[in-house]
Design a protein around this ligand. Structure first.
Ligand code: GDP
Ligand code: MN
Length: 388
């Protein structure tokens, strides 16, 4: 689960990480009042969406007059914001954060993740923070420092020293204590809130050596939400893909991708293999929908319907290995969905496993034009032919 910047900053503030004063507004007429409470000029007006790269996409505006705060808020609210991280269709801005502008002297990058290769919580720090951090990571990875933390030991001062002193010159002496405190607090937040990511970019230093988190990203592990009930209140379903929400409602796992082949599978492993063969056949998946082990006929029908709601989908590949989910149940679900939606795109089916004969028969007798493939390779070839 992702949090908005203002929600993450609220957590930072309560944990002792310095943040600029700010206020969230959902209508432009609230903006005037905000300028009377919040220090400025300058003010910073920031779109609150679950996507980064807002600075590059026009979602962060630094302004100098109260009326500009209002017009900037007006221009962002309801806008379709496109950033390098949203895809071309963009996301809608429902909330705007108005903050006191901070005079930036240095921009640092600080984050915490779990590093899969070492299975350790890992802090990442760079003195080359800011909007170009991805470029820095690609071109000068030596500027990005990593520190693995032994969770049994916890955060130690030497972890902070390793990050702060491993590069010449280190941050200015007067800022070290504040940076160490931010690092310790980031570790604490990461562990206590079951985060998959805590990121501050930029973490800035002002001329008078004060440190502020100017941006905040906090993602929570969905599998831990059962014990993070207060955080559930911060969930904003408006930010999610509507098809993903619909899938969630029917206990289906739906992941949106960039291509034009819809894929329905059962099991995460088969999903990965299916993505691979679609790509190897020269096509690109638009999504994958995992119906899981014990799907019912109704769930299959809903699954096909969800895939077809995406206009980009030009062909569907159903790849099911029948175990608990029997092939005849699957076939009936697919037939029902195809009839209900008056399907217009080709649907290729590859079935194997329990009751495969019955399943194929149901498809054959349905008078609908399914393409039934003998194996996965043939299925992928058939799919890629439909869209090439
Ligand atoms: P992101 O692009 O989505 O990561 O949004 P950020 O919150 O990181 O803002 C983008 C950029 O706007 C930052 O890297 C800063 O350079 C700039 N910015 C944000 N807040 C302030 C501020 O208070 N003062 C100034 N001068 N620049 C700011
Ligand atoms: Mn940022």
């Amino acid at each position: 689960m992702k949090l908005h910047e203002y929600q993450a900053k609220d957590i930072f503030g309560k944990s002792g990480i310095p943040i600029p004063n700010g206020q969230v507004v959902t209508a432009a007429d609230q903006a005037t009042k905000a300028t009377q409470i919040i220090n400025g000029p300058p003010w910073v007006v920031k779109a609150q969406v679950h996507a980064g790269g807002r600075g590059k996409g026009g979602g962060v505006k630094v302004v100098h007059y109260p009326y500009e705060v209002v017009t900037a808020t007006e221009s962002l609210l309801g806008k379709h914001l496109v950033t390098p991280q949203t895809g071309p269709e963009g996301v809608t801005v429902n909330q705007v954060l108005i903050e006191e502008g901070i005079e930036i002297n240095r921009e640092y990058y600080l984050s915490m993740i779990v590093d899969r290769s070492t299975a350790c919580p890992t802090m990442i720090f760079s003195q080359a923070g800011g909007m170009e951090i991805e470029e820095v990571a690609a071109k000068s990875s030596e500027l990005i420092l990593k520190e693995h933390i032994d969770p049994a030991v916890g955060w130690m001062m030497h972890n902070a020293r390793n990050l702060l002193y491993s590069q010449e010159p280190p941050p200015p002496f007067g800022a070290l204590r504040a940076l160490m405190s931010v690092m310790a607090n980031v570790y604490k937040i990461f562990m206590t809130l079951d985060c998959t990511l805590v990121e501050i970019n930029p973490l800035v230093l002002t001329k008078d050596r004060k440190v502020f988190a100017l941006d905040a990203k906090v993602n929570i592990d969905d599998n831990a939400l059962f014990r993070q009930k207060e955080l559930l209140l911060l969930d904003d379903p408006r930010e999610k893909d509507p098809l993903e929400l619909m899938a969630e409602k029917y206990h289906l796992n739906y992941i949106r991708l960039d291509g034009n082949i819809g894929a329905m599978v059962n099991g995460a492993g088969l999903a990965m293999a299916t993505m691979d063969v679609i790509k190897m056949a020269g096509a690109e998946p638009a999504n994958f929908l995992d119906v899981g082990g014990g799907a019912s006929e109704d769930m299959i029908t809903k699954g096909v319907e969800i895939i077809l709601k995406d206009r980009r989908v030009k062909a569907i590949l159903v790849n099911i290995f029948g175990g608990i989910l029997r092939c005849d149940v699957l076939a009936r679900g697919v037939v029902a969905a195809a009839k209900k939606t008056r399907i217009r795109v080709p649907l290729i089916v590859r079935l194997e496993g329990t009751n495969v004969k019955e399943g194929r028969e149901i498809l054959r007798n349905s008078e609908l034009k399914f393409l039934v493939a003998r194996d996965l390779g043939e299925a992928a070839d058939l799919v890629s032919k439909q869209v090439s």
